[in-house]
Write a protein that binds this ligand. Structure first.
Ligand code: TEU
Length: 588
């Protein structure tokens, strides 16, 4: 008679084997963390899904698409700011940190979304924007009303009787000037970004307390972390000296080296972050590989992760968002990402991204958005992002291979950065035609066009008029078409996520760059506990050779390739070909 006992006896060897394998995979992996093993999917709420026909994405729209998000296999959603805002900078100008932006819905909607995400095993990271607030925040309204107002020192003021304040650079000011004269109290206030984004004074302990309490409010609601907007900028030398000569005009680097920055981040960790099982990632503006560990070294007790911009500058020329007509050097690209891997190999933990709401679509920027190569090269870039020793921050729409919209007219742009820099060029009688050409490659709005759900009007994003034009290629590039196609960019993304999740070697394994002088192919190894995985990526639109001389390929087993026809030449890759091999010698 078949009973439970002999079932266990039957299964025992299998159970022992899997537990050994699991142990084998688990052993020698120090400091495992859920946020190291997660894939983060960034959603720009304004452009994801509109539920009420006002042409603006909203929280109910996100809720309606959570099964899609779940189907991707991602673990964490990072939402760009959803808080009350006049939207001078699309939510990065917050007028109430504890209220939901009215276009996005209500706090009740938020609570439902958070529960629906958690019910699906998806964590939620919000965007903490505390270097500055909106000028419509109550704090600033009070502060600007009089020099004696209790909120005055929540911001940075320079009384006009002291003369003109020392130059400070502003990203979005038409004249790139970060001081704005306010006649009511005859003072200047500081704004590193737009005039409607006054910088908060972190040197004021009352302000720090307000921010820490606000963070607790959101953590107590159950969110799983924060992405911290330009957090390296929050500390300022409030004597506002002239830019020290050692910075040689580099304001962004100076901004990221304020006198009390790490004191404030350690206080944030001690008073807030350390009390929750959450993740934090700094937007590392102005941070280099030399200073990254000051923020994320485990012993620092500050933040968990940080993303850098060093890669984003490749292939550009000096000046505002000027692409290099020659493109970028893959050798430089490989050196940047290899340097950051080695910087964080022993301490801290890496992040990897090729696109976000501040950048163009990755397939246009880093690969090839032509009809011939868009799909292949999207898959190739995705292979890079999902096989590096770092938490991938994957931008919504890149799983479809969405491309830059390349607006021809300034009127089509919505981004304050584009409009104010256009005005800046106009004021200087500069070349506006060239400016528009440059924006076709590098404008932030290229990554902010509505998500392409299907080939119905407005790509199924809205029944209304979209706040920004939908890319006309939505008729062929959309979820509905790709879910049905087993060889689509979307299904490749899902497959690769499953491979990464199953293969801890791709998460924690040692990274070794191969053949760094190869101008076309990025090849590297990932190794962990005897498992050896080889990744080969052809970044060019031509057949390219790779040298595998020092690599034992005897036991090579192809795990995945972005071409349907499997490769027949081991050391020659087809245009934009991506391959992952298991080349372990033992039966790993
Ligand atoms: O970006 C800050 C930043 O350092 C740059 O990315 C800069 O904003 C610009 O995008 C360069 O072209 C953060 C947010 O990601 C961005 O969306 C906001 O506009 C900005 O801060 C102000 O909050």
């Amino acid at each position: 008679m078949f009973n439970k006992t002999n079932l266990i006896v039957l299964l025992l060897p299998f159970l022992i084997l899997t537990s050994c394998l699991h142990k084998q995979n688990n052993e020698n992996i120090p400091d495992r963390k859920w946020w190291k093993e997660a894939v983060v999917y960034q959603i720009y709420p304004r452009s994801f899904k509109d539920s009420d026909g006002d042409g603006i994405g909203d929280i109910k729209g996100i809720i309606s698409k959570l099964d899609y998000v779940k189907s991707l296999g991602v673990d964490v959603v990072w939402l760009n700011p959803i808080f009350a805002s006049p939207n001078d900078d699309n939510g990065y100008d917050i007028s109430d940190y504890r209220a939901i932006m009215k276009e996005f819905g209500t706090m009740a909607d938020f609570d439902i979304m958070l529960k629906e995400m958690h019910d699906r095993g998806i964590k939620l990271v919000l965007d903490l924007v505390v270097n500055h607030s909106s000028d419509e925040h109550e704090w600033f309204k009070q502060a600007r009303s009089s020099r004696n107002n209790p909120y005055r020192n929540y911001y940075h003021w320079w009384p006009a009787e002291k003369g003109i304040p020392a130059e400070r650079f502003s990203y979005f000011d038409v004249n790139n000037s970060a001081w704005k004269f306010d006649s009511l109290t005859k003072s200047y206030y500081l704004h590193y970004f737009s005039v409607k984004q006054p910088d908060l004074n972190w040197e004021n302990p009352k302000l720090r307390e307000e921010i820490f309490n606000m963070m607790k409010f959101w953590f107590d609601k159950g969110i799983d972390g924060f992405r911290m907007d330009v957090i390296p900028y929050i500390s300022k030398d409030t004597t506002f000296p002239a830019l020290p000569a050692k910075y040689n005009g580099d304001f962004l680097s100076y901004y990221a080296h304020g006198p009390h920055l790490h004191e404030y981040l350690q206080a944030m960790n001690k008073e807030v972050l350390s009390k929750y099982d959450i993740m934090t990632v700094a937007e590392g503006a102005g941070v280099t590989s030399e200073t990254a560990l000051d923020f994320i070294g485990t012993e620092r007790k500050e933040l968990n992760m940080l993303y850098h911009f060093e890669g984003m500058g490749l292939g550009t020329l000096p000046g505002f968002k000027t692409p290099d007509p020659k493109g970028y050097s893959l050798i430089d690209f490989k050196n940047v990402y290899s340097k950051w891997d080695s910087t964080l190999a022993q301490k801290g933990w890496g992040t990897i991204f090729l696109g976000n709401h501040d950048n163009p679509r990755m397939v246009t920027r880093w690969a090839n958005d032509s009809n011939e190569y868009r799909e292949l090269s999207s898959k190739m870039l995705t292979t890079f992002l999902l096989t590096m020793r770092a938490t991938p921050y994957y931008y919504f729409g890149d799983e479809l291979g969405m491309t830059n919209i390349k607006f021809n007219n300034i009127e089509d742009y919505r981004d304050i950065e584009t409009h104010n820099m256009y005005q800046n060029v106009m004021n200087k009688r500069g070349d506006l035609r060239q400016f528009i050409e440059n924006q076709k490659m590098l404008a932030r709005d290229n990554g902010r066009t509505p998500f392409q759900w299907d080939n119905s009007p407005n790509a199924g994003f809205t029944d209304g008029t979209p706040w920004i034009k939908v890319n006309p290629n939505y008729t062929s590039i959309n979820v509905a078409a790709q879910e049905k196609d087993s060889n689509s960019v979307l299904n490749y993304f899902k497959k690769l996520i499953r491979i990464r999740k199953k293969e801890l070697t791709l998460i924690y394994g040692k990274y070794t760059l191969l053949e760094n002088a190869n101008p076309n192919i990025y090849s590297y190894l990932r190794e962990l506990n005897g498992k050896k995985i080889l990744i080969l990526l052809n970044f060019k639109a031509q057949m390219s050779s790779v040298s595998l001389n020092n690599i034992k390929m005897d036991n090579a087993k192809l795990i995945i390739c972005n071409y349907i026809k499997i490769p027949d030449k081991l050391t020659v890759l087809r245009p934009y070909e991506a391959r992952i091999y298991n080349i372990s010698t033992s039966n790993n």
